[in-house]
Design a protein around this ligand. Structure first.
Ligand SMILES: Nc1nc(=O)c2c([nH]1)NC[C@@H]1CN(c3ccc(C(=O)N[C@@H](CCC(=O)O)C(=O)O)cc3)C=[N+]21
Length: 284
């Protein structure tokens, strides 16, 4: 049976540490503040945004809850972001994805100041990560690295296979792994003989968004398997990209869904907001 990589448990520990840190900062007159913008009323997004506000409150981060109608124009959203960029009390800005069709997400991402880009999605921040001089790091990849480190798993000299090449998970995770001396393969929908490749992985990361995409025959015995998927199955249950039951028999370590990568993502978001608050003071 695979050892569970318990993101839920680790995120609680981290959250407690962050809570202590915000108390110290408060004594120095620093109160970290995060602005979260939700456009529209997608039910899943509302749940995620609510969780972010709850976690912020628990830690002692102020959060600004900005809700915009689903027919908001791109110009209106850009204007909102400009105001937040120029507001010195705001340390972090997050625009919840996905956005409605009339809004170009790349243009929004590029408008958020890189110094307030808590998601780490701005091309400036992705570029700095790519050249191994990171500023803000995308939360999901950062959470995965944190989880591995905390379980004493080094990626140095490991064969890492990442399935998925998204801007927010696959690509930045590949950079983080490479920066720590892993040998990285990024596989995707055009990859030939995918199962042959995934079976070479010492560390296998599934970030494709498809239920049961990785099965036991795709996994080397003893491998470390990271399930980044957040899908609903036919019964409406939250499931990842990995067929957990059988893979759990083959793998050495496995992240559950829920309770694996998801809670680490939120914890990293909070950590980044606090760092931004500290950095903004240091520059003054
Ligand atoms: N600008 C932006 N930044 C994001 O970071 C971002 C986003 N947009 N859009 C949507 C995705 C998704 N995402 C999740 C974060 C935590 C959980 C999480 O905590 N999941 C829990 C379970 C939650 C549940 O039960 O639904 C878990 O896996 O245990 C899930 C999904 C952040 N995203």
């Amino acid at each position: 049976m695979a050892v569970k990589l318990d993101g839920k448990k680790l995120s609680i520990k981290l959250t407690n540490d962050l809570q202590v840190e915000t108390k110290t900062l408060k004594n120095q007159g620093i109160i970290p503040k995060l602005a979260v913008i939700l456009v529209g009323d997608d039910p899943a997004s509302r749940v995620y945004v609510r969780n972010k506000h709850r976690m912020a409150e628990k830690i002692g981060i102020e959060s600004l809850d900005l809700r915009l109608a689903k027919d908001t124009s791109e110009a209106e959203l850009l204007e909102k972001i400009a105001l937040l960029n120029n507001d010195p009390t705001i340390n972090g800005i997050l625009v919840q994805l996905p956005l409605p069709d009339q809004i170009n997400a790349d243009r929004i991402t590029k408008t958020i100041s890189p110094k307030k880009d808590v998601d780490g999605f701005h091309p400036y921040n992705l570029g700095r990560l790519f050249v191994n001089d990171p500023y803000a790091i995308p939360c999901t990849p950062n959470g995965i690295m944190y989880l591995l480190r905390e379980y004493g798993i080094s990626v140095d000299r490991k064969n890492v296979v990442i399935v998925g090449r998204s801007k927010i998970v696959g690509r930045p995770l590949a950079a983080l792994m490479l920066n720590q001396n892993a040998t990285v393969t990024v596989a995707h929908s055009h990859t030939k003989n995918l199962s042959e490749i995934t079976r070479q992985a010492d560390i296998l990361v599934a970030a494709v968004g498809r239920v049961n995409f990785i099965q036991a025959q795709d996994v080397k015995p003893g491998a470390i398997v990271i399930d980044v998927g957040i899908n609903r199955n036919a019964a409406g249950k939250l499931v990842g990209d990995v067929e957990q039951t059988e893979v759990g028999q083959v793998a050495g370590y496995l992240t559950p869904v829920p309770g694996g990568v998801g809670p680490m993502t939120i914890a990293m978001l909070m950590k980044q907001t606090i760092e931004f608050a500290k950095w903004s003071k240091q520059e003054k």
